[in-house]
Design a protein around this ligand. Structure first.
Ligand code: 6PG
Length: 231
């Protein structure tokens, strides 16, 4: 059963600025206490203003280890790839050592080979300090879609291949729910009225991919009023 803390903001700008303060606080604390900050970045449009805002901050970038929640299998450097978006808005503008950025690379072997390679990459990586996630209009999160495999069992691989996601990006790789759960903090960023039907299903306790993310500490959902709906 998921424990969710819903933080409702007037608009998306407030969601992003609260998320930015949260990331800065958790990153600073992780750097101070453990000398490393392991963060998982979400794809999609919603977090892009957050990434741009983070790029303006003076943080302990040497401590950052950056992973990705999912990837769309597009040719390397494609502007719609999640790593491409994060790079354009954030990673290309801060001095995180390149060896500490771990993109999901969908090469010739397609999603299966990429998922296996990313699972191997994550073997031995301890719990993440922070996982950022989004919510799709159908309730998906990362690239875990309704009706697909979510990898909730502890025997699930860390990364799953996805070959039948809704168009336009059918082939993808996603961290499994099980691996996303291994995190000190999980924060969903949700903005816009189009998300309200999925949020309503989520709040009513229906099983959607987002509700399958169950880290020990629970999840925080930073959401604007339009997406949340009436209290
Ligand atoms: C992706 C994602 C996906 C995303 C949601 C929300 O690659 O598409 O990682 O899970 O976070 O679809 O996307 P938006 O923020 O664009 O609404």
């Amino acid at each position: 059963m998921q424990s969710a803390r819903w933080q409702v903001f007037a608009d998306c700008r407030e969601v992003i600025s609260a998320a930015c303060e949260f990331v800065v606080r958790v990153a600073t604390q992780a750097a101070r206490e453990r000398g490393v900050f392991r963060v998982v970045l979400s794809g999609g449009r919603t977090p892009q203003p957050l990434y741009r805002e983070l790029a303006q901050r003076a943080l302990d970038w040497d401590c950052w280890n950056v992973y990705f929640a999912d990837e769309r299998c597009l040719h390397p450097g494609h502007p719609d790839s999640n790593a491409g978006l994060a790079s354009a808005n954030f990673l290309s503008q801060v001095p995180i050592p390149p060896s500490q950025v771990f993109p999901i690379v969908c090469g010739e072997d397609g999603p299966s080979g990429a998922a296996q390679a990313y699972s191997a990459q994550l073997a031995g990586v301890p719990e993440f300090d922070l996982v950022l996630l989004g919510l799709g209009e159908d309730g998906h999160t990362a690239s875990l879609f309704p009706g697909g495999e979510w990898g909730t069992a502890p025997t699930a691989p860390a990364a799953l291949p996805v070959s039948d996601a809704p168009p336009p990006y059918r082939a993808r790789v996603s961290l499994s729910a099980w691996r996303l759960n291994l995190a000190r903090h999980v924060v969903f960023l949700v903005c816009g009225a189009t998300k309200n039907p999925a949020v309503t299903r989520w709040r009513s306790g229906m099983r959607i991919p987002a509700s399958a993310i169950v880290p020990d500490a629970g999840v925080t959902v930073m959401i604007n009023r339009d997406a949340f709906g009436p209290s």
